[in-house]
Design a protein around this ligand. Structure first.
Ligand code: GLN
Length: 542
């Protein structure tokens, strides 16, 4: 039977609970344990798919088509274990399920309540499909004390009591702020946060204390004493220069050991951390640098492009260089005089996005990359706009557009009304629901023999994750080909364009899928490795 580790947070949000959970998963794996990571989000949205990336950051899409919290991306990148729909749940989904059951009459007349019905639903989510793993790590979103989080805390409290003794552990992440005027790290917020946890019946076993400087031994003893935690389970979690240092640095502080001690397994196995040593070495000691401009519309919040930033970094790891990413708001290219900002970059990437705002700026940046022979990578929306750019400027149809921006007679990009999935024919229309109705998750694409994309992948068949509602209008395919823009990848039935490339350009690709979602530090995605390589070649030209 699996052992369960519950990870909660206190004091403030944004302490890196997701990375800490992912790092713990990686450290347990390094000792040969199998892990599964799950995220429980207390908000009422059914999933984050309808949430503004500006507020909530990126939506991470799994192979099975779930739109999930971006922490699942960290989990996958650190452990290599593919996340699924069954690894992220929200209050919204729990309530949706309960209300459906109530309407069906499944509760046989009972009063449906938070305890036991909501908590039971949460517990069954945590326990489902857990048997085959050594450890299941469950991160609870938000911080202790949030009203909406209470049913989740109650559910994990009940579980730790119901599971066999010694098969669960609580890790609590807190902050030790440094107060300048006192010249001290303060432990009081941590004490209060643990008091809050204990008031709802949860005694943490391990405290992971985020701090921007070393924690003096006296302060550690104080935290241990007042929080009722062993002194060697008060772990100092210092800020890291790079997230991939986190597993090594938390390990050096005894984090995984302290967690395993709770299960009586601290001495059992030694970890093999060589792959993390290698990644950190490559990240911290690159042999060069390339500059990539990401021209998008949510560039004000880095979390909105979390996986993309990581995949670019992985492309750097593959080439032993640092990728310096310039996040540029696309709208600036809608005014005269902004293009010089792109003069000294070595590659341009137009990422996924929704809605018209900024699209003209992206098209201008794409035209710049195409005509100046700069490496160009268009992802999803970025591919669609590369088609609009080509139809306008190569085919001379200056009014080319996407129906995402309003009705059009002869759109270059149109609403995808039908497509095949494993479940059969999927159909959508203009007035349908927005949530969860896109072409989501992993789909197979076939690559054209002899194309550059097939060389990059080393394969004629690929599986990549999708999240889109619109598609390239196939009617333009042969016209585009006549102008040197070829569709070199399609859905297996050849109806949906998946990849576009310009063979005469040094590196110009558009892909309808999101390759960034599958890239890992120890397995950089071939397209990102190739893009950074092309940028490196470009950097040597200038
Ligand atoms: N807005 C576009 C669509 O829905 C692109 C989506 C995306 O970039 N993920 O098709």
């Amino acid at each position: 039977m699996a052992r369960f580790i519950f990870i909660t947070g206190g004091v403030v949000s944004s302490l890196g609970k997701g990375i800490a959970s992912a790092a713990l998963g990686a450290l347990l794996q390094a000792r040969g344990y199998s892990v599964r990571l799950r995220k429980l989000d207390p908000y009422l949205n059914v999933d984050p798919g309808t949430m503004n990336p500006f507020q909530h950051g990126e939506v991470f899409v799994t192979d099975d088509g779930a739109e999930t919290d971006l922490d699942l991306g960290h989990y996958e990148r650190f452990t290599g274990v593919a996340a699924s729909q069954a690894d992220n749940v929200t209050s919204g989904r729990i309530y949706q399920h309960i209300i459906q059951k109530e309407r069906r009459g499944d509760y046989l007349g009972a009063t449906v309540q938070v305890i036991p019905h909501v908590t039971d639903e949460i517990k069954s989510f945590i326990l489902s499909d857990s048997e085959q793993h050594d450890f299941v790590l469950c991160e609870i979103g938000g911080t202790v004390g949030d009203i909406e989080g209470l049913p989740f805390f109650e559910a994990i409290r009940q579980l730790s009591y119901e599971l066999p003794r010694g098969s669960s552990a609580f890790v609590h992440l807190t902050l030790l702020p440094f107060i300048d005027t006192a010249g001290e790290l303060k432990t009081k917020p941590t004490q209060h946060s643990v008091k809050e946890l204990r008031s709802i019946g949860i005694q943490p076993d391990v405290l992971l204390c985020r701090s921007d400087r070393p924690i003096p031994p006296d302060e550690r003893r104080k935290i241990a004493l007042f929080c009722n935690v062993h002194a060697d389970a008060v772990i100092q979690a210092l800020d890291a220069e790079n997230i991939y240092q986190v597993p090594l640095s938390y390990h050096a502080e005894g984090f995984d050991r302290a967690v395993l001690d709770v299960f009586g397994l601290g001495e059992e196995r030694q970890p093999d951390l060589s792959r993390w040593d290698e990644i950190v070495h490559r990240v911290l000691e690159p042999e060069g640098e390339v500059r990539i401009a990401v021209v998008g519309k949510y560039t004000g919040l880095k979390d909105a492009y979390k996986s993309l930033g990581e995949a670019l970094a992985h492309g750097g790891i593959a080439n032993n260089v640092r990728v310096a990413t310039e996040w540029i708001e696309a709208e600036i290219f809608e005014e005269e005089g902004a293009l010089p900002r792109l003069e000294d970059v070595h590659g341009i990437l137009v990422p996924g996005g929704f809605g018209q705002r900024g699209s003209e700026g992206m098209i201008t940046a794409t035209q710049f990359a195409r005509t100046r022979e700069l490496p160009f990578f268009g992802i999803c929306f970025g591919m669609q706009l590369a088609v609009v750019e080509a139809v306008r400027n190569l085919l001379g149809r200056t009014d080319a557009t996407s129906t995402e921006f309003g009705e059009a007679d002869d759109p270059a990009i149109g609403l995808m009304t039908e497509w095949m999935s494993e479940e059969g024919l999927q159909a959508r229309n203009m007035n349908g629901d927005l949530g969860g109705t896109m072409r989501l998750g992993s789909y197979t694409a076939h690559l054209r023999p002899g194309s550059r994309i097939s060389e990059i992948y080393g394969s004629l068949e690929i599986n990549e994750r999708h999240r889109h509602r619109y598609e390239v209008n196939s009617q333009y395919r042969s016209l585009l080909e006549q102008h040197g823009v070829i569709i070199s990848g399609t859905s297996p039935d050849e109806l949906l364009p998946e990849v576009l490339e310009i063979p005469s350009h040094p590196w110009f690709f558009g892909v309808q899928f999101h390759p960034e979602l599958k890239s890992k530090p120890f397995e950089p995605h071939p397209l990102f490795a190739s893009f950074v390589d092309a940028a490196l070649t470009q950097s040597r030209l200038v």
